[in-house]
Design a binder for this molecule. Structure first.
Ligand code: GRF
Length: 212
């Protein structure tokens, strides 16, 4: 499992790392045929770094504040990923905007998980936004990352109900269950390669076998 050089993932985090854990667990139990080559956090205290180390994965800190510009930080990230032969970058609670140097280094090869039914409620505090708007449904989205914040092609999405007595915390917890389910599945779809992007839209291609 995971020895294919085309299936090397780099995970970028800023905090807790529960989505990182979902990826680690999926690799460990064979649901995801991939290798997590490195975990990089822009915050030294991120709990996700410990999750990586506990799983025997290299864990690095690249503090964005140590770089003169956003582009410099992005170039350093791209280089750290490149030298580890990463082919797919997974943002998992990474609280920095991804700029051109990283996007250009990994074209159509950066994924993000977001706690809303995009394109509703991009940006921070998506769960609170859903509650404030009285949305009946909330959910989780895994999408390809483009220059548009939370605006890239949607790979997978799952809805959950919003309950009358929900708080941002209870709604976040319900959505998080879906994030953890979707993210490894979306990574698998991307690594399997039977897809294309058509304008804004992500399209899965039919198995060649089923066309014959
Ligand atoms: C998740 O809700 C994710 O969708 C959002 O930030 C949170 C990160 O949680 N982008 P974790 O660090 O994966 O536990």
């Amino acid at each position: 499992m995971g020895s294919d050089p085309r299936r090397r993932i780099g995970v970028l985090i800023s905090g807790r790392g529960s989505n990182l854990q979902a990826l680690i667990d999926a690799v460990a139990d064979g649901r995801l045929d991939a290798q997590i080559a490195v975990v990089i956090s822009n915050k030294a205290g991120a709990a996700g770094l410990e999750r990586a180390r506990a799983a025997g994965i290299e864990a690095l800190v690249l503090d964005h504040r140590q770089f003169a510009s956003r582009d410099d930080f992005d170039r350093a990230l791209a280089e750290a990923l490149r030298v580890r032969h990463v082919t797919l970058v997974c943002l998992a609670g990474f609280m920095r905007l991804v700029g051109p140097p990283l996007l250009e280094a990994f074209p159509s090869a950066i994924l993000n998980v977001h706690p809303s039914l995009l394109p509703a409620f991009p940006g921070v505090d998506a769960q609170r936004q859903a509650l404030e708007h009285g949305a009946a449904l909330a959910g989780a989205t895994v999408h390809l990352v483009t220059g548009e914040l939370d605006g890239g092609p949607i790979v997978l999405q799952s809805a959950v109900p919003v309950l009358d007595d929900d708080t941002p915390e209870t709604l976040s917890a319900r959505i998080l269950v879906e994030e953890h389910r979707l993210y490894p599945e979306a990574v698998r779809i991307i690594l399997d390669g039977r897809w294309r992007v058509d304008g804004r839209r992500f399209r899965r291609l039919a198995d060649r076998m089923s066309n014959e």
